[in-house]
Structure formats: structure tokens, C-alpha cells
Design a protein around this ligand. Structure first.
Ligand code: PHE
Length: 366
């Protein structure tokens, strides 16, 4: 057997292999289970000891040389492929840099995210409802039957269309209908907040026809006003990031809560604007109204399909735009909805300012 010729031929074919696939084909043809060199190795068994002493080292040497040549060719081809890729993927540093992103997160969106973060930490889920609402969910189920005088206070935008439970379709005047929708769809117990747009036909420096509220609703057994007060205090301390928030609870009236409580907070004037903190009775301080709340009226629990002897709850509703103005120091609500890019650049937030409890829910405006 002319091992030298076989070796010469094998090494030449390996050296000429144009790509990795051909190298692999050669490996199988030479060293594979049915490969030609493997076949030579098998002939050793049938040889006499003398023959084996002479040919054995030659066959093993052949296999060794081919194995090394295959590995070297493979490495060389891989390196060439990498070089080609590196040459093709160069970055052209003379291209102009992309324009700096200019959009900002609107303070209302930022505050809603802050509120969701704070309440999520207290075990509240976020619920939603439609902005085009029917009369029953917006009024009747909230203990405001058709003749109820409180309806007149809502300056409602009506549609000509009839709603499913009688009465006209309308733009919801508050987020409270989400209370009813969530009770009906999820039952009790419940711990939700419902942020969203609401509409009233009203417009001046502190009122816009569309504004934002966040509703809170807790339903469970043995819920009382103390739970409401603790929840509001904890939320407001986290939101304004100060411990000296003092609340004053005043008896009030909402058809859907009984008793109803209006919540004021102490503030001081600093640099021409209201800054929340301290008791309103402290020197230089005053009280301002912040939100409406109360214990859920049993009529409302029943409209939500719950047994009012078994379940109690509290609810609150607060203006998100107002919270944003107080926290970030804007004084004209109308500017919120003008879409003026200078205002947005000044009061907006970087998309990277994601509110988290650990990093702070109140990152300063960019
Ligand atoms: N829905 C009331 C409003 O818009 C606020 C409120 C919500 C009051 C829940 C009590 C309980 O004025």
C-alpha cells in the first residue's frame, strides 16, 4: 500500500477545500465510520504481527497527519470568515449623530404612573372603565336617581343616544362609575384604583372640559373610616415625599358615600406658590381642599351586586391634574392641554424617569 501517495492526496484535497462544509465532507470521507483511512485501520486486525509492526505506525501516522490538517484548514477558514465580517461591518463614524430625542412624558402621565406605583405597593390593582358611559353607571347606580339634584352639579355632556338601562349616553363626569363596573365584574373583596379622563362642561384657569381623576375603592369586611384616613395619609406622604402631611377631615355630602368626608391638607406659601405640608392651623399656613371620599353607601354596594350587610368599603376621588400642579408647581391648568412644546420641554419628564418606590416617585422635572 502506498501510504505516502494516500497522504499526499488527502492533504492536497484538504488544503484545497474552499469552505467549512467541504472540510466537514472530507472529514467524513477520510475519518468517518466508513471513511477510507478508517477502513485502512481495520485492515490491521487481519495482518501478521510482523506486517502490523511495519504498517501500523504508517497508518496511524497517516490518520494523525490528516486530523491535524483538517483542524488547521477549519481554523484558517473560520478566521478568514471573521476577517471578512469585520471588514464588512465597519461603522462609518462620519455619519451625523441622530437628533437628540425631544419628546417628554406629560406631567399628568407621570403623576398617574407615580400613583399606580404608590398604590400597587399597598396592594391596589388598576381598574378601568369607558369614557363614554351610560347614565345608569355614571349616576343611577351611584345613588343618583333621575330626579337627584346632585346630577345638576356635574355639567354633563350628553349624547343624543339612549343608554342600555334607559337615560342618555354621556361622557363620564367622574371615575366613580368604575366602582360599579368593578364590583359587578370582580365581586368582593376589592382594592382598586381607577385613573382616567373625565368630562364636565366647565372652563376657566382651574377647570378644563376634560380633566383627570383617580378613584380609589376598597371593599372588605370590617372596613371603617380609620382605614380610609390611613390610606390617604400614607398615599399623600409617599406622593409628596414628606412626612409632615397633615389632613383635616370635614363632613360633606356625596350621594354614593355615607358618611362623606372632604379631605383638606395643610399648606404654606413658598415662592408665590402653595407647598403642601404642616398643619393648616400653623402660623403662615392654611387648609386647602384636596379630595372627596367616604364610606361606600349601602345602595351603591347593592347596585354593584354585593350584600351590604356583609361588605363595607371606602372610596375616594381626587383630581390628578391638581395633584400634578401642587407637586410640580404649575398654576394654570389650561396649559396642560395646549400642547405647547416649550411648556412640555419645561414641565415634561424624561422617558427614563420611571417612578419607582426605591428610586423615588418624584424625580424632578428634566
Ligand atoms: N366622584 C366624586 C367627584 O367627582 C369624588 C368622590 C369619589 C367622592 C369617591 C367620594 C368618593 O367629585
Amino acid at each position: 500500500m502506498d501510504y505516502a501517495a494516500i497522504r499526499h492526496d488527502g492533504l492536497a484535497r484538504i488544503a484545497a477545500a474552499p469552505d467549512l462544509a467541504s472540510v466537514e465532507q472530507l472529514r467524513i470521507a477520510l475519518l468517518g465510520k466508513h471513511g477510507s483511512i478508517s477502513a485502512l485501520l481495520k485492515t490491521l486486525g487481519a495482518m501478521t504481527p510482523e506486517q502490523r509492526q511495519g504498517e501500523g505506525p504508517q497508518i496511524h501516522g497517516l490518520r494523525e497527519a490528516v486530523t491535524v490538517a483538517l483542524a488547521e484548514r477549519k481554523a484558517a477558514l473560520e478566521e478568514a470568515a471573521l476577517d471578512a465580517r469585520l471588514a464588512a461591518e465597519t461603522v462609518d463614524l462620519t455619519l451625523p449623530a441622530p437628533e437628540t430625542p425631544r419628546g417628554t412624558v406629560h406631567p399628568v402621565s407621570q403623576v398617574m404612573d407615580e400613583l399606580a406605583e404608590i398604590f400597587a405597593d399597598m396592594g391596589f390593582a388598576v381598574a378601568t372603565g369607558p369614557e363614554i358611559e351610560d347614565d345608569w353607571h355614571n349616576f343611577t347606580a351611584l345613588n343618583m336617581p333621575e330626579t337627584h339634584p346632585a346630577r345638576a352639579m356635574h355639567d354633563t355632556f350628553y349624547f343624543p343616544d339612549q343608554g342600555p338601562h334607559g337615560g342618555q349616553m354621556l361622557l363620564r363626569t367622574h371615575t366613580s362609575p368604575v366602582q360599579i363596573r368593578t364590583m359587578l365584574s370582580q365581586g368582593a373583596p376589592l382594592r382598586i384604583i381607577a385613573p382616567g379622563r373625565v368630562y364636565r362642561s366647565d372652563s376657566d384657569a382651574t377647570h378644563t372640559p376634560m380633566f383627570h381623576q383617580i378613584e380609589g375603592l376598597v371593599i372588605d369586611k370590617g372596613i371603617h373610616l380609620g382605614h380610609l384616613k390611613w390610606t390617604l395619609e400614607t398615599f399623600l406622604r409617599a406622593f409628596f415625599e414628606r412626612d409632615d402631611i397633615v389632613l383635616r377631615l370635614r363632613p360633606s355630602y356625596f350621594p354614593f358615600t355615607e358618611p362623606s368626608v372632604e379631605v383638606d391638607t395643610g399648606y404654606a406659601m413658598e415662592g408665590g406658590r402653595r407647598v403642601v405640608g404642616g398643619s393648616g392651623d400653623d402660623p403662615g399656613h392654611g387648609w386647602m381642599e384636596l379630595l372627596g371620599s367616604g364610606m361606600v353607601n349601602p345602595h351603591v354596594l347593592r347596585a354593584g351586586g354585593l350584600d351590604s350587610d356583609e361588605w363595607q368599603g371606602f372610596a375616594f376621588g381626587v383630581g390628578v391634574d391638581r395633584l400634578a400642579m401642587l407637586k410640580y408647581g404649575m398654576n394654570d391648568l389650561r396649559a396642560f392641554f395646549d400642547g405647547d412644546v416649550r411648556w412640555l420641554a419645561h414641565y415634561g419628564f424624561s422617558a427614563l424617569d420611571v417612578p419607582t418606590l426605591s428610586a423615588g416617585v418624584g424625580a424632578p422635572a428634566a
